[in-house]
Design a protein around this ligand. Structure first.
Ligand code: PXL
Length: 281
């Protein structure tokens, strides 16, 4: 019997708030893929809208965990990183890429540090550039437009850009060293939002556009990245994985839209049947 593929995902545990590991683990598992985790930190909640949250940084635990895995001969077919706590952790991820990646493993980096033109709480320009360095070692990077601009020192212009701006951003990301760029939050028309996919050697950018919902939702980048990773490991090509992940994220946002008390995340659990159906299609 063939050995099933294993994913390692490295990001924080926000105990409450539907983001990072608490969405990655169930979503990748729902794709039918074994998922190991390496928590970068434990927070009582995410940092997007709560105040007074607790943070336990786990940087010092990471080397011992990885040493043990190496001794056990563990290796992963995909390594997917999300929200990290520090530039030191970014360096540790480069070491993880070298030591526990199985032959032919795919390295996926979601920079998870900024949106809507602003860095998340606690990050600075030094971190953004260090994340650019990590993206340079990845096979696939999953930034939004803010993150792409910050990592490549490109201007952030908000809405109202054209295709040449997006192409320039994606070329800058490939120049960092990434092989494929999946850029989220791309829009050329007010009623549409989508994903752009561009790989080294491609002549044209491929797009998937869907309707734009009136409200954005916290944690949707993490939901998209987890579904993308699960789909990719299940054999879908990057554009197909991005399409399926975008449809799933949109379904999670629709399931949340009429509940004003649910401001902190998206109800991805309601949309899991859509994801499993698409994966098995
Ligand atoms: O969704 C990204 C994310 C992950 N983890 C933590 C966050 C955020 C975004 O704000 O605060 C702790």
């Amino acid at each position: 019997m063939a050995t099933d593929k294993k994913v390692l995902t490295v990001q924080d545990i926000s105990c409450f708030g539907q983001c990072s590991l608490t969405v990655a683990l169930p979503i990748i598992s729902a794709c039918g893929v074994e998922t190991a985790i390496l928590p970068s930190a434990v927070l009582s909640t995410h940092t997007g809208g709560f105040s007074g949250f607790t943070v336990r940084d786990l940087t010092d635990d990471i080397p011992g965990i990885v040493d043990h895995w190496v001794k056990e001969g563990l290796a992963f077919d995909a390594i997917y990183t999300g929200y990290l706590g520090s530039t030191r952790q970014i360096d540790m991820i480069k070491d993880i890429f070298r030591r526990v990646a199985a032959p032919g493993a795919v390295k996926i980096v979601d920079p998870a540090m900024a949106d809507h033109g602003k860095l998340y709480f606690g990050f600075d320009e030094v971190y953004a550039h260090a994340m650019g360095g990590l993206c340079g070692e990845a096979d696939i990077v999953l930034p939004n437009i803010t993150e792409a601009a910050m990592m490549t020192d490109a201007p952030y212009v908000g809405e109202g850009y054209d295709e040449s701006y997006i192409r320039d951003l994606m070329e800058r990301l490939l120049a960092l060293g990434a092989k494929t760029v999946v850029l989220t939050g791309v829009s050329y028309r007010p009623e549409q939002l989508g994903v752009a996919v561009f790989s080294r050697g491609d002549r044209e950018i491929s797009y998937y556009f869907h309707e734009r919902l009136p409200k954005s939702c916290h944690g949707t980048g993490d939901i998209f990245a987890a579904a993308f990773t699960g789909a990719l490991v299940q054999g879908k090509a990057p554009l197909e994985a991005a399409t399926l992940a975008a449809d799933f994220t949109l379904a999670a946002m629709r399931a949340t839209a009429d509940d004003d008390s649910h401001w902190y995340g998206a109800k991805f659990e309601k949309a899991l049947p859509i994801l499993t159906a698409a994966i098995n299609h």
